[in-house]
Design a protein around this ligand. Structure first.
Ligand SMILES: C[S@@+](CC[C@H](N)C(=O)[O-])C[C@H]1O[C@@H](n2cnc3c(N)ncnc32)[C@H](O)[C@@H]1O
Length: 260
């Protein structure tokens, strides 16, 4: 992984780059990293698509929690792209466990370069990657290049409940509801469905924190020299949960790409 990809992965996991080698250990008890898997699955289940021909792209798929559940429940073909090889190994293992390895293909690549080539998927998913492409408008501009006209873009992210902007690193793309929708529909795509994830993700985040806290303590006892960095990482995780709870409304947006 080059330095730019490493930085992007570290940002998406709210970690400093020097902790990246330890992230597979710290996140070993989690399958999904912050996305609302069941809600994404339910929403996709309502789309008018048939199981024998639908192709899905899951950008930043992590350990494949979303990809594999889609393949398993809906029998869609799924391509998951992520830069962390350790996460993809877990995704591969899980796809065998769920008996969907024939439907799943996991690719180790930087998604910022992956999207520079156009693709013709029916659905593209961006779950819990925030503003990796920049603004919401930039996100949609990039996602649109990955699907056919009439295809669907699914974004698991959110909007600011009270403020106009947040200056915290990784949160610069957030806007209020109206501005977010304006940006997401800038290219005349239709906002097909939207659903709040706030309640579900609050529970998930609490669980996430407990699990990570436990692994962090174990890691500190193994590597006392990392104590400061690991505690800093834990503080960031707690801060992130607080911000999500107080400032953001979690949302899954489903957009239908305009016809050509
Ligand atoms: C917060 S996790 C979300 C994972 C997954 N979507 C899920 O919901 O479980 C962010 C993921 O994006 C990946 N990632 C971040 N930046 C990336 C990049 N530039 N290229 C590829 N993967 C990236 C990380 O490795 C990580 O697996």
């Amino acid at each position: 992984m080059n330095d730019k990809s490493q930085q992007s992965v570290a940002n998406s996991l709210e970690a400093e780059q020097n902790l990246l080698p330890y992230m597979p250990y710290l996140l070993q008890d989690l399958w999904a990293f912050g996305s609302s898997v069941n809600q994404i699955l339910d929403l996709i289940g309502t789309l008018p698509l048939s199981s024998d021909s639908t192709k899905v792209l899951d950008l930043g798929c992590g350990k494949g929690a979303v990809s594999i559940r889609i393949a398993s429940k809906l029998r869609f073909d799924v391509v998951g792209v992520d830069a962390m090889s350790e996460f993809l190994k877990d995704a591969q293992r899980k796809s065998s466990e769920y008996q969907v390895s024939d439907l799943c293909c996991f690719i180790e690549r930087d998604i910022l370069t992956y999207v520079t080539n156009e693709h013709n998927f029916d659905i593209v998913i961006l779950a819990s990657l925030g503003g990796i492409f920049g603004s919401n408008k930039k996100t949609i501009e990039n996602l649109r290049t990955q699907i056919r006209p009439g295809g669907y873009m699914i974004i698991d992210d959110g909007y600011l409940k009270k403020r106009e902007v947040l200056s915290r690193k990784g949160y610069e793309h957030y806007r209020n509801y109206e501005k977010t929708v304006q940006e997401l529909t800038f290219f005349n795509d239709r906002l097909f469905t939207e659903i709040s994830t706030t309640e579900v993700s609050r529970k998930t985040n609490d669980e996430y924190l407990k699990v990570i806290d436990n692994r962090c303590m174990k890691l500190i006892s193994q590597y006392p020299e990392l104590e400061k960095d690991i505690k800093n990482y834990l503080d960031l995780q707690r801060e992130e949960c607080d911000i999500i709870n107080s400032e953001l409304e979690g949302m899954i947006w489903v957009l239908k790409k305009a016809a050509a």
